[in-house]
Design a protein around this ligand. Sequence first.
Ligand code: PHE
Length: 339
Amino acid sequence: MIDELKKHLEIVNNFSSDSPETIEAFRIEYLGKKGLLTHFFSEFKNIAPKNKKEFGQTINELKNKATNKVNDLKQQLEKKDGLNKAFKDLTRPSEPLEIGARHPISIVKNQIIDIFSRIGFNVSEGPEIEDDWHNFTALNLPEHHPARDMQDTFFIQTNPDVLLRTHTSSVQVRYMENNKPPIRTISPGRVYRNEAISARSHCFFHQVEGLYIDKNVSFADLKQTLQFFTTELFGKSKIRLRPSYFPFTEPSAEVDVYWGLESETDYKMTKGTGWLEIMGCGMVDPNVLENCGIDSNIYSGFAFGMGIDRIALLLHQISDIRLLSENDIRFLEQFKSAL
Ligand code: PHE
């Protein structure tokens, strides 16, 4: 009899099923009113007294094992069932998806790229660590030229030939060295200048510089291009060009856009004049063309350069340039709905 019990113990241990009917049949076979356990319990009185203890223990073990087995299998079944039901319910709301936001610098940069690509400009990029030739000398800024002081340069270690680019004009030099005119390219990128950090300026910022070289390019082409750009980006078409100086352009100008004086912020941003300075520009100096292997007797061109950070501050009404590099999630999250 005890051997029979042990045989059943093994059967119970090995039993498994994921069909509710089979599990129920198993339950009835062992634990049902007329089941095997009832049968074995009723045999108890016929067991020889010396075997009663072992028989009693084994039959209890069998009962516990069978009960646990049925409970476990039923629980597994319910779990699986629940999952199936969850997946099948197509009306359930989905998990909320956390979406990120573009950085305001990227938003404005993409807008600028988009505007210029519509009039045939491509995008060129270059290294942030530059040499003297591409950042200065090729751009008509030989050693000891006083205008080098305008761009407080970060040098890498003590080697004056390894520096962090102070403008992306360096990319334009590289582009002219490697491409033949006609050239229409804009160079967005990060630049570095050793300036005191404040709400208005930082020791690194972002620029988009543009270059257009072809036969018979004139200052009128430059002005028209800028007019198109400011109208597209700011929705303002009134601009003015003030004579200025850059070593790599001649003549040179600074571009202001008429922003207006409607609100208090307008007053603050334009220092009460209504005019905003947005970029430098000019006709590329023939020396620069020659330095980059372009025949200045055949070709002429214009160049311009602007800072993206200040434009982003303006367009998104951000009060401090430092916010752009602190990566405070509360600040960045506010641009979720922007482009
Ligand atoms: N490179 C100049 C700057 O960083 C901007 C500029 C570009 C001016 C091209 C004129 C022409 O300030």
